[in-house]
Design a protein. Structure first.
Length: 145
């Protein structure tokens, strides 16, 4: 085999291997739903599977599910007086107005929609009687760019 053919063959093999090592990046625009289960720990006290959820702005959405057959309400506090970044919730309703409450049915769940405001947002949870069963100092949604 002459030197020219050998050099072309080696270059072709290197090019072929380099092309095979390229990774395709997953699309960052595909919307994903991240579930978070709510359940009663003891009477009057409830908790969530993931106290701090990380969501990407305009891409991810949360879904709160009742995993014990009870109804709950997830509540973000309006700002002011709450400590969350304005307006107090990262989510909006169908009319593009801030959405502060999410009614979680006894069976199934409720989606938040994609967040449109960045920051860390604390929320509380009320049980089916309307009494707070999870204080807003623990669970929260962290919205990243």
């Amino acid at each position: 085999m002459d030197m020219g053919l050998k050099a072309i063959s080696i270059a072709f093999v290197v090019l072929f291997l380099a092309a095979g090592c390229q990774r395709s990046r997953p699309s960052v625009t595909s919307q994903r739903v991240l579930p978070n289960g709510i359940y009663t720990v003891t009477p009057g006290v409830c908790d969530v599977d993931y106290p701090s959820m990380n969501l990407k702005k305009k891409i991810h959405e949360a879904r709160w599910d009742s995993i014990d057959g009870q109804q709950y309400t997830v509540i973000f506090q309006p700002t002011p007086p709450g400590t969350n970044p304005g307006p107090g919730t990262p989510f909006v309703d169908n009319n593009n107005q801030p959405k502060f409450k999410f009614a979680v049915p006894a069976t199934g769940g409720v989606k938040s929609g994609v967040p449109i405001v960045e920051g860390y947002f604390e929320y509380s949870i009320n049980d089916s009687s309307g009494k707070e069963c999870k204080n807003a100092k623990d669970p929260g949604v962290n919205v990243k760019p």
